[in-house]
Design a protein around this ligand. Sequence first.
Ligand code: 13P
Ligand code: SF4
Length: 305
Amino acid sequence: MIESPERAALIQRVRDLARERQAVLLAHNYQRGEVQDAADFVGDSLELSQMAAKVEAGVIVFCGVHFMAETAAILAPRKVVLLPDLQAGCPMADMITADEIIAWKRQYPGRPAVCYVNTSAAVKAECDICCTSANAVKVVESLPEREILFAPDRNLAAWAARQTAKKIIPWDGYCHVHNNILARDIREKRKMYPEAEVWAHPECRPEVIDLADKVISTGGMVRWARETDAAEIVIATEAGMTYRLAKENPGKRFYPAHDPAFCPNMRKITLPKVVAALERMAPRVLVPEEIADRARGAIERMIKL
Ligand code: 13P
Ligand code: SF4
């Protein structure tokens, strides 16, 4: 990381404005390095939703994608939630709509619907319980029914299905960033770095999962990076992840499994946009109360687990 005077000045400007506005900056592990460095808290989607619910600040600047900011707005309804670029969406979350989940549940009566946190608030309002990549199996196991609908990520559904005796009926969605990581990328990286461990995010294809030493959420990667004895690790997930891992573990080397595996939506959040959001107190993410109340039930059921 090169610390330029411009970068340092922008981070300082963000910190000054955050203090003035009594705002807290939450950033996802995939965010640009400089955004992570300016944030109060960096985490995976589960950690960020828990943090949104408990911070005392009246303003949350959410450095991530739209569904994550919506989750924060649902869990902290009295707080102002700013998303520095409203165009930072998640194509996978857009692969299922509220109407589609309603129709799907009608097609499979008696099956509860688990929805990945990567969904819109309107979809969450129609599902029974949420999950993240860190707790999908635990959520599925917590349900008494034997057959379960799981949306929208077919890869996370397949990963959860391997670890439970329940029948999981998947929606056919996927994350284009993780789906672009192929088995041949992993084989290539194993040849390049024969001593390295390979860690994959559960949004990866099953054939990539098969070749990985560990399958973990981004938060799991942060924790394991501190514990592992491996000096080199190939990371099959969004490439921004390597920034935090390398920063926190200077003696270890982290290589993205696929170049360039950046999520273009995560990268839409930049420091100048964070500055502008704090100056203007916009753009704000608002979830209609009726949808927020129903979606909150699904998220809180997950958090209670
Ligand atoms: P995590 O739940 O591991 O933070 O992942 C969120 C996400 O968007 C992965 O693409
Ligand atoms: Fe969505 Fe994939 Fe980007 Fe995560 S990495 S926000 S799942 S498009």
